[in-house]
Design a protein around this ligand. Structure first.
Ligand code: MN
Length: 146
């Protein structure tokens, strides 16, 4: 099991691998807003866990295992972003999906994925839900505490 931070690194490396033939430390540093030494540290760990091949000055390559997990992590993030959109949350969708992703179990992610697919497939149900949300008076879940 990777730590949340290493999951984010692998997720980003996978994203970069889709659009770049060569992934550089500074690409990752920029994307994750961290320092280059932090990236190098993470790359060494991912290398030791066999998710990537990394040698200083020789590039960063995903192993088969790394590609598989990276793909899954990207999918998990987009499922959660879609979920937040479907439930019409007025949150910062990107930031919130980023926060949720590491703490939900696989069965929960799978259920959320099914719910999203279901809601998107049936426009009528989605509209009913949005209408219901509109008739609910509460603007904030903790309104009763205020
Ligand atoms: Mn994350």
């Amino acid at each position: 099991m990777l730590s949340p931070s290493l999951e984010d690194y692998l997720e980003e490396i996978y994203r970069l691998s889709l659009i770049k033939s060569e992934i550089r430390v500074r690409d990752i540093a920029e994307k994750l807003k961290v320092s280059s030494p932090s990236v190098v540290k993470a790359l060494r760990k991912l290398h030791n866990e066999s998710y990537i091949l990394y040698k200083r000055y020789e590039g960063i390559y995903l192993t088969q295992e790394g590609e598989k997990l990276g793909k899954l992590l990207v999918k998990r993030n987009s499922v959660l972003q879609e979920f937040l959109s479907v439930i019409n949350s007025q949150c910062d969708v990107e930031a919130e999906a980023e926060a949720m992703e590491h703490y939900l179990s696989s069965p929960t992610i799978l259920s959320i994925e099914k719910l999203v697919a279901f809601m998107k497939k049936d426009r009528e149900i989605l509209n009913k839900f949005l209408k219901f949300c509109g008739t609910e008076e509460k603007k904030h879940w903790s309104e009763e505490l205020e």
